[in-house]
Ligand binder design. Structure first.
Ligand SMILES: Cc1cc2nc3c(=O)[nH]c(=O)nc-3n(C[C@H](O)[C@H](O)[C@H](O)COP(=O)(O)OP(=O)(O)OC[C@H]3O[C@@H](n4cnc5c(N)ncnc54)[C@H](O)[C@@H]3O)c2cc1C
Length: 774
């Protein structure tokens, strides 16, 4: 990270160093002599660190400071040893190249390591990147910490590296001693905190992992463009001890007292800002998942309190050095002010039994998810941040570039890789309660999360129309049908389409359907035209569920139709053309096709549930499955509102930011109202389905299907308006979002049909009330 290096003063013999490296460091250019450039890094004050450059090669040197030193401090030989062990084990650290104990070379011991090119973020809020990338970077950081803690000391060859069991006890006593030696005034909270820590040492204080001791984002070099950790720096405080001490230290900024502003960039107390995404819970649960430990971190209050105690101790030390005129930071005098609030926060954290950095929305409080639901929601959120949002650009680019080629219906390889990842993490088939163990209420919040990105539902195998078709086969299929079609669908090996709507009749009244399914011996023969069969363009679409008429003149008009399984390669089935949606071919969802069936013959065993049972199945298919769209579209509304607000804060007209125009501010408020109202109704419906079943939640399902698309469209429309011309262009996702969500007012049945349903049920409910009164 050479840009951070400053020419700063360094007091050692550069020529002597150059000669030494030329003779000892393999690959170090010997000639031309006298051309070694040395610059000191502004960070790394404890053990001065230097950027070395010669003949196009770059290295980093770290040395002890000059002068008398505290015993056990500045042990660069230990840093070298731990980095060597970790590098050999494949952990991301700069490769240590050479250690020199000969103080005659540059006056102190030193070591040289590989120079790693990448990004270092000095401000923990990472203002240089957007929220999605920030989350991905933080998650990569915490995964790296979990990896560090999973090493076995013996296999690293680091036995005896630390001081044995009792790390927490030693920490409390060390920091207490340091604080007492530096204290300038009596701070009761500090004494109380020290006492509490000493009396509440964790019972597992014998646990020994390799710990970093100063694990924070500005000690990490990230890949120049990807959310990948290339190297963890500054191993000066590394030792063996309780891993949760590192975790608490790394996440402590979530609880930073608002009264304390940052005390200098790069300083250990330099938290200028905090962050909302990723949340504390997300980081902790990623860490626990990677380490395969429970998220109920016992005694985490102790470790956070210890972290704050240590911070307060450090602040006191800096102030004490200022008093004796020996402090390096310009603002050292300010450090005295923070000791008390840090100690008070430490005391407060010591009493907490649970930790949360996020504010729960009202709906979250009213509609409690199960523990499993919460865990999966968290995992999905992390997955979205770590894998989906960073992949958005590439996947959209793929579809844009393939638009006019033969590959237009194929899935991008990256999407397939993401599916594998999601499957491996168990984030798969979450929509199906019998498989996922989740209620509709649990799933509602998860589906909303996935709805923030247009291709995300497919990554989790939770996308329409496969979800509806899987529900049908799961609920009504025979064992053979399940084996042949449901299993591969659940595994994501194939996909499917659903053929009900017909071009020649008004299909919102499905009794109009004309396509015929006639029995001939051991076969059914299908003849008719369908359109709007979503997903049929996907080369992996191997099966259709087709609804048609199996005439039975004696039965009611709701018993004349059946559903049947038709493999897509059956002779006579022909894809005629894809239909556009406001000009979009919707390749991401496999398009929407017109399909003709001419004497398509399938075995009788392909009928689902039996002849004349089509409407019965349709009711089941369109129960929970129908509100899944609504759940997902709320995620799209949140994404659109985010875009709206960002744009309103960026652009200026007539001397004001857009959001400062009252009309825009009101749009923002109205959008928030719409989203919250729509979400409450969706969750209420999900809960009713869970409690009373699909049938008894029919009115709520219909209400949700009218309210949510209206609300979401309103938000997207406002976002388009605020973005101006850009809002309708390909540079923003809003135009496609609008087109897609607008179809929901038809595709899941037209609004008018739902309104009629709502009115019918309302009248029925009212009449029941009247009867009860009479
Ligand atoms: C993007 C998209 C994807 C789709 N995916 C699928 C799919 O995968 N499989 C599938 O089979 N179908 C699919 N459809 C089709 C969809 O289900 C139908 O478009 C819908 O059911 C309406 O049928 P229709 O188009 O024949 O409209 P019609 O039945 O002709 O209705 C037209 C209009 O008449 C009015 N109307 C209808 N009934 C009433 C009433 N009772 N009171 C007052 N007004 C009324 C409404 O305004 C309605 O919009 C999809 C549609 C779209 C746009």
């Amino acid at each position: 990270a050479s840009p951070c290096a400053s020419p700063g003063p360094h007091r050692f013999d550069q020529d002597s160093l150059e000669r030494y490296l030329g003779s000892r460091l393999p690959g170090f250019p010997r000639q031309p002599a006298g051309t070694l450039a040395v610059r000191q890094y502004s960070s790394g004050q404890s053990n001065p660190t230097f950027y070395l450059q010669k003949g196009g090669q770059a290295f980093v040197l770290r040395k002890k400071p000059h002068g008398p030193l505290l015993p056990r401090a500045h042990k660069v030989d230990r840093e070298y040893r731990v980095q060597k062990a970790l590098f050999s084990a494949g952990f991301p650290v700069p490769e240590p190249l050479l250690y020199c104990s000969d103080v005659s070379i540059i006056g102190t011991e030193f070591y040289v390591m590989q120079h790693v090119q990448g990004r270092i973020f000095r401000d923990i809020s990472l203002p240089e990147v957007g929220p999605a990338e920030r989350s991905a970077l933080y998650l990569a950081m915490i995964e790296t910490l979990a990896l560090l803690h999973s090493f076995d000391l013996q296999s690293l060859g680091l036995q005896g590296y630390g001081r044995g069991p009792g790390y927490c006890k030693r920490q409390v006593s060390t920091w207490k001693k340091q604080y007492d030696a530096a204290a300038h005034t009596d701070i009761p909270a500090m004494n109380k905190l020290a006492e509490w820590l000493a009396n509440n040492l964790p019972p597992d204080d014998s646990e020994e992992s390799l710990i970093h001791g100063d694990f924070r984002i500005d000690n990490i070099i990230f890949h120049p463009t990807q959310a990948r950790v290339l190297a963890v720096l500054d191993w000066e405080l590394s030792t063996t001890g309780h891993p949760l001490a590192d975790l608490a230290y790394t996440t402590q900024f979530y609880f930073w007292p608002a009264s304390i502003k940052g005390l200098g960039q790069g300083s250990i107390l330099g938290f200028k800002n905090t962050i909302e995404t990723p949340s504390f819970e997300e980081l902790v649960s990623t860490y626990c998942r990677c380490r395969r430990i429970s998220t109920t971190l016992s005694n985490f209050n102790f470790f956070l309190a210890l972290s704050y105690f240590k911070m307060a101790g450090i602040a006191q030390g800096v102030y004490a050095r200022y008093l004796i005129g020996n402090a390096s930071a310009e603002n050292s005098h300010e450090f005295a002010k923070v000791v008390k609030p840090l100690a008070e926060r430490g005391l407060e954290l010591s009493k907490r039994s649970s930790f949360s950095s996020t504010q729960h929305s009202t709906s979250g409080e009213l509609f409690h998810q199960s523990r499993k639901g919460q865990e999966i929601l968290l995992k999905v959120k992390q997955f979205m941040k770590q894998h989906i949002y960073p992949a958005e650009k590439e996947i959209i680019k793929y579809y844009t570039e393939c638009r006019n080629s033969e590959d237009r219906w194929k899935k991008p390889p990256l999407l397939e890789r993401l599916k594998e990842l999601a499957k491996a993490e168990g984030l798969w088939n979450l929509f199906l309660p019998d498989v996922s163990g989740l209620s509709q209420l649990d799933y509602a919040q998860i589906a909303e999360e996935t709805g923030r990105c247009v291709f995300a539902p497919e990554v989790f195998n939770c996308h329409a129309p496969d979800t509806g078709n899987m529900e049908v086969l799961h609920m009504y299929g025979t064992e053979e049908q399940k084996k042949e079609w449901l299993e591969p669908l659940l595994e994501g090996k194939i996909s499917s389409c659903f053929c009900m709507t017909e071009p020649d009749v008004a299909s919102s009244d499905a009794t109009n359907m004309q396509c015929t399914i006639e029995r001939e011996g051991n076969s059914y023969v299908i003849n008719g035209k369908k359109w709007w069969s979503s997903g049929a363009g996907n080369p992996n679409c191997k099966v259709a569920i087709v609804m048609g008429k199996t005439k039975n003149s004696s039965a009611s008009r709701y018993k004349q139709h059946s559903m049947i399984i038709v493999p897509m390669d059956t002779p006579g089935l022909k894809l005629i053309r894809p239909l556009s949606v406001f000009g979009y071919m919707d390749e991401i969802h496999g398009g929407h096709f017109e399909i003709h069936f001419n004497d398509v013959r399938v075995p009788v065993s392909n009928i689902i549930l039996g002849e004349g049972r089509g409407f019965e199945i349709a009711q089941g298919r369109l129960g929970p499955g129908r509100i899944h769209h609504c759940m997902r579209s709320l995620g799209a509304a949140e994404a659109a509102l985010e875009i709206l607000c960002q744009r309103a804060a960026q652009r200026q007209t007539f001397g004001k930011k857009l959001y400062q125009h009252e009309v825009v501010a009101h749009w923002i408020a109205e959008c928030r109202l719409s989203i919250e109202q729509a979400r409450l109704l969706t969750l209420q419906t999900a809960r009713k389905i869970d409690m009373l079943g699909n049938r008894r939640a029919r009115k709520e399902v219909a209400m949700t299907k009218v309210v949510v698309p209206r609300a979401v469209l309103k938000v997207i429309d406002c976002a388009v308006q605020v973005c101006g011309g850009a809002g309708v262009s390909q540079d923003f996702p809003l135009a496609f979002m609008f087109a897609y969500i607008r179809t929901l007012r038809l595709a899941d049945g037209p609004d008018e049909v739902h309104l009629s349903t709502i009115a019918r049920w309302e009248l029925l409910d009212q009449s029941k009330k009247l009867t009860a009164k009479i």
